[in-house]
Design a protein around this ligand. Sequence first.
Ligand code: OOB
Length: 548
Amino acid sequence: MTDTEHTWSEAESARFRKAGHWEGVTFGARLRRAAADRGDRVALVDGDRRWTYADLDAEADRVAHGLRALGIGRGDRVVVQLPNCAEFVLVWFGLQRLGAVPVHAMPGHRRREIGHLVRVSGAAACVVPDRHARFDHRELMRSVQEENGPGRSPRTVVVVGEPGRHSGFVSFKALREASPSPHALSAPGADDGGAGPGDVALLLLSGGTTGLPKLVARTHDDYAYNARACSEVCALDERTVYLAVLPIGFNFTFACPGVLGTLMAGGTVVVAPDPSPQTAFALIEREGVTLTSLTPPLVTHWMDEAASGSWDLSGLAVVQVGGARLPEEQARKLGPALGVTVQQVFGMAEGLINLTRLDDPEDLRCTTQGRPVSPDDEIMVVDSLGRPVPDGSTGELLTRGPYTPRGYYRAEEHNRTAFTPDGFYRTGDVVRQLPTGHLVVVGRIKDQINRGGEKIAAVEVEEQLLAHPAIIAAALVGVPDERRGERTVAFVVCDGEAPGVREVAAHLKGRGLAGFKAPDEVVQVPGLPLTAVGKVDKATLAKESLQR
Ligand code: OOB
């Protein structure tokens, strides 16, 4: 199987090229051109450190040179698990320069998620911090290597910070300093390792509904279009200063329009080391930030801090909110509270991005989740039998288009049900489409919980709950929560007394699961209710938990 098997047919590709969506330029080549066109403009800011486009280009060469010396080359996958820091961007472009493929991991991922990413992608290397949020990522890498057996992947670990005593771990500093000079790579393929625009440029992690998360392979052509289409809707230009508040590897932060959209428009990306309003507001003042993106749970904190009146946020023009449904009331308050235009973003790692337009009437901006960014995004709203519903009725959203690949990466079996035979992705989201084309997200049919933008596949957690000696049956359910939109409740059937929330969290942590997947509440029940066809009746469980 080739990695580009789930991309578009030759006829469709020709259509997207002809329409001008796909420009036929790799990310490595784009950076080279940007350095030539606007080398002295500031591209990236992290604390006191600044990189112009020329610096970023030279840095990509240095990193590429160092990685190449470690045996990494075109097509190799490299898991990047870094917190918000400039190194994420430097490593990302260093990999692009080699034609290698970054796999975007989240800082909160642990042994189970990282081990899975490494195995599915067949990663040659991982790039991690030494420690972050009181967690030692070197230990995590060591246990992944151990789990995969002697000599198994990842064979190389690059550490931003202190590599420690682990043999074979390389420091990022040493790696980049080993380069003899900037522009050390020699032609041909000096810009992108000889990668083609239709090749896979990166792998994104899907929110997931299955026991093990799926990966989405995005090509240079499609992902650049994703970023550019969003950037056009947001009217970005060289004056744009984007603040990366959410995890930088999250598709929303990275390319909707985010980091890539800003760099492609000639603007400046500022990295926020944490999402607190205090940190962000200080950067907004100092750097003249014009655009940022948030998930709904951050909105309240930001409004509270803005109300203190001690910050000058006058440069900030647009705040995007997405990843989970933004309640209308908050949408209406946020604009005036921060003195900005609020833009709703309904997107997915699988492709399709919807944005409210900056000049949409206020009602549309506050009550809808936007409309597709590309004129060639196809939308279908269907009933449970897959038949289109009448206009304006609710149903499952299916989509196909120039930046929505036709299948998950190396997931043949899952693809048979996740996509229709004619290539539409079944989002699992229940929506209603207005005559203006705007979508309103009203619910979900996929077995996934959206905890304020953090996606949790119920089965993944249930499988691990069953590994607890006292738990006989388990169902993870999302119930409404004021702050996060949803919180998780684990209903468990036990032999004897049920473990408490803390014990369950410790158990899941011991199983290597990311911390945000631990249930917010554990409820013991004598048995799980079943539907007429014998599935666990999660709707009834959710209702019961509300009545408690
Ligand atoms: C973003 O991407 P993912 O892959 O973490 O999650 C996608 C899912 C969607 O299928 C939907 O269920 C939910 O997250 N979602 C929203 C939403 N935005 C995403 N549900 C309601 N309202 C919204 N505004 O979450 C993502 C990727 C790119 C840009 C923005 C978000």
